[in-house]
Design a protein around this ligand. Structure first.
Ligand code: GLA
Ligand code: ZN
Length: 690
């Protein structure tokens, strides 16, 4: 069966390739604008994100609008087969607005209002900012919604941050009233009797502050949820006039890597297509494995948000200018890094920015066109080559990534676990823990989804819960059902500890999962940085050895599970550290400690993947640092072999019929991957093969 998503825009049913384009910096020089078009075509660029920070050029004075320059840019695009993601300019506001209406500026946690400046410095609640946004977006929609070059809306830019002004305080209270109904319910949920924090009037409730309330976990958690919701609400406010004018134009906003401040899983419900900005800081180390697996994780997460192809809205064609040290991309890395995004489900490769600025903060950030102004540069060559590659891969547009494995990673869990105050304030290493589990799957080339509690787990074979500290009863039930119906579950220490209000589950951890995993976690021991323990494998796990443990060790009791490994040291030496519980048709593993040795995860997941019959992209031995990823349309499969090891590598291919997707040539035997090499292999889909 063919399963293919429609292209993001019917006007451009190919891979989108392009950049943020800020011609407003160059209007004084028509030659530059002419040259841009010539070189866009030369670079195989078919799309630009235009006008992202153009408010002061579009409305130089309050109520005075200037669109002639943008008309010209877009008309020129249309005449040359180039398309635009047209931006709403709300990521930064003109100075006249801040001066006349200071309320549009943010107030910080300490309640002091910011001065004009920077970007992303506006209050999402301010009625004035919302009104100005509506006026601007209505004008843009009126004028450009049906422009032949426009294929969608790029809403604002990298939403983030929070505001503590009086309007936001009032909105927070309103949000809480809607959620809890009564103050009594809020007091119960926040456990306010502790330290005499009970509220007797809504007006007493404020956002957390460094010089005020900041240790009530339920309060902190609700503030984060509110900030996220308020930002999403602002986005929804932005798109009203756009959708009214032409509902068919897709809207997106550019997300950032596993951004802390916004629940993107909620946000994704409101966008038509997910897009994000990926800036891997390549070449920090000889091996790129850490960075590569982190960016793969993010690509997987952004794909899973809507379970469909996403957009790489920004990346750098060469270097960034915000790292401590700005490294150039070594030869090969541009293609590898770009196709990494494609391998995980991106249908676009886009950059920041098209042409280097002459001045201001990002003048040394990588761009397609350098200050020299012509196309005879290494970077331009890399970009143009990628343009040709993408043009040859059109058949992949809309294909999906078939994942049998999933990792649970909720935003509110992340917020809650990092705010838990114990058992290890010196570092719980939640994100690193998630990555330790993910990386083992990545190394085996297992297509993996990154899911949230409300996702449907039934289609997966393997579900992993790293530190699922905040776990709702309902999620526990859904997970238990998953196991009972034959799924394989892997849960770690410090899971099932609190509910959605950050109130501890009573009656024994891991709370809602206690019966599923068949253990009771009685206590948890925090280890100092220099302390460690050992996990000693016993019988029945299918692999042996001893592995180093750091950070956290839970002392668990068996309640039906079988012990697979023991602690090696301390007063709990000999007690269970890894268990498995047979439940219904499935199995639930419980890892009681933070194993620090990656070899453990490699061996553990190799066993689970085999046992649960989890699909790998390629049944081959992959050298360390080489991963395989998979996209399919149901009839054909495209296996991306990506070499991040920093060395030339060889992969012995399985005996199936494979072709090089770029050249069409048959491939068999040993495949040689150069340093930073990437190869896309095409084969018939497994169903079709069988
Ligand atoms: C972000 C922004 C861009 C630019 C780049 C630089 O992604 O959206 O405007 O500042 O970073 O890396
Ligand atoms: Zn505000």
């Amino acid at each position: 069966m063919t399963v293919k998503f429609s292209p993001i825009s019917p006007k451009l049913p190919v891979f989108m390739h392009g950049a943020d384009y800020n011609p407003d910096q160059w209007l004084h020089d028509p030659y530059v604008l002419e040259e841009d078009i010539r070189m866009m075509k030369l670079a195989g660029c078919n799309v630009m994100a235009v006008g992202i920070f153009s408010w002061s050029m579009l409305e130089p004075e309050e109520g005075v609008f200037e669109f002639a320059w943008l008309d010209q840019v877009l008309d020129r695009f249309a005449a040359n087969g180039i398309y635009a993601w047209l931006a709403t300019p709300t990521g930064a506001r003109p100075a006249w607005m801040s001066e006349k209406y200071p309320e549009v500026l943010r107030a910080e946690k300490n309640r002091v209002r910011n001065l004009h400046g920077m970007r992303h410095n506006h209050c999402m609640t301010s009625a004035v900012y919302r009104e100005k946004t509506t006026i601007m977006n209505t004008k843009l929609a009126d004028r450009y919604s049906n422009h032949p070059a426009v294929i969608g809306w790029h809403i604002s830019n990298e939403y983030g941050g929070e505001c503590h002004c009086d309007y936001c305080q009032e909105a927070f209270r309103g949000w809480l009233k809607k959620k809890y109904g009564t103050l009594n319910a809020l007091n119960l949920a926040w456990w306010t009797k502790f330290w005499s924090h009970t509220y007797t009037s809504w007006s007493q409730v404020e956002s957390p502050a460094p010089h005020g309330e900041n240790m009530v976990h339920g309060h902190n958690l609700d503030w984060r949820r509110f900030v996220s919701d308020q930002t999403i609400d602002f986005y929804k406010h932005e798109i009203v006039p756009l959708k009214a004018m032409n509902p068919d134009l897709p809207c997106t906003t550019n997300f950032m890597d596993w951004f802390y401040g916004l629940d993107y899983r909620e946000f994704a419900k409101e966008v038509d297509v997910v897009s994000w900005d990926a800036y891997p800081t390549w070449h920090e180390a000889t091996s790129e494995v850490n960075i590569a697996s982190w960016f793969s994780f993010n690509h997987d997460m952004f794909r899973t948000l809507k379970h469909k192809p996403f957009m790489l809205m920004e990346s750098t064609p060469s270097l960034t200018n915000w790292q401590p040290v700005s490294k150039l991309k070594k030869p090969g890395m541009h293609k590898l890094s770009s196709l990494q995004a494609v391998a995980h489900g991106s249908d676009t490769v886009q950059y920041f920015q098209w042409r280097k600025s002459r001045g201001a903060s990002e003048k040394f950030h990588g761009a397609v066109i350098d200050h020299v102004g012509h196309e005879h540069t290494r970077v331009f060559g890399d970009v143009a080559e990628l343009g040709r590659t993408l043009a040859g891969l059109t058949e992949l547009v809309g294909t999906t990534v078939p994942a049998d494995a999933a990792i649970l990673a909720d935003w509110d869990n992340r917020w809650a676990v990092n705010d838990s105050q114990g058992p290890r304030n010196g570092g719980l290493h939640y994100e690193q823990t998630v990555m330790q589990h993910y990386r083992a799957l990545w190394q085996m080339g297992v297509p993996t989804d990154i899911v949230g509690s409300d996702d449907d787990f039934s289609a997966y074979k393997l579900l992993i819960l790293p530190m699922a500290y905040l776990l709702r009863e309902s999620t526990g039930s859904a997970i238990d059902k998953f196991v009972q119906s034959g799924g394989t579950l892997a849960v770690t220490y410090w899971s099932g500890i609190v509910d959605e209000n950050d109130l501890c589950h009573l009656g024994g951890f891991p709370g809602p999962l206690r019966e599923t995993v068949g253990i009771w976690a009685e206590e948890i021991d925090g280890l100092h940085d220099e302390q460690c323990n050992r996990l000693i494998m016993g019988e029945g796990a299918g692999f042996g050895g001893e592995y180093e443990i750091r950070d956290l060790c839970e002392l668990i009791h068996i309640e039906g599970a079988e012990t697979l490994a023991f602690y090696g040291d301390d007063f709990y030496a000999g007690r269970p550290a890894l268990t498995v519980n047979k439940r219904g048709e499935g199995k639930a593993y419980y890892l009681a400690a933070r194993v620090s040795d990656p070899a453990f995860y490699d061996a553990f997941y190799a066993g689970l993947v085999k046992e649960a019959n989890v699909r790998r992209s390629l049944e081959a031995e992959l050298p360390q640092g080489v991963t395989a990823q998979l996209r399919t349309d149901g009839e054909h499969e495209y296996v991306f072999l990506l070499n991040f090891s920093g060395r030339a590598e060889k992969v012995e291919l399985p005996g199936e019929a494979l072709a090089d997707a770029e050249s069409g040539a048959e491939v068999s035997g040993v495949l040689e991957l150069p340093v930073y090499g990437v190869c896309i292999l095409k084969r018939a889909a497994s169903g079709v093969r069988a």
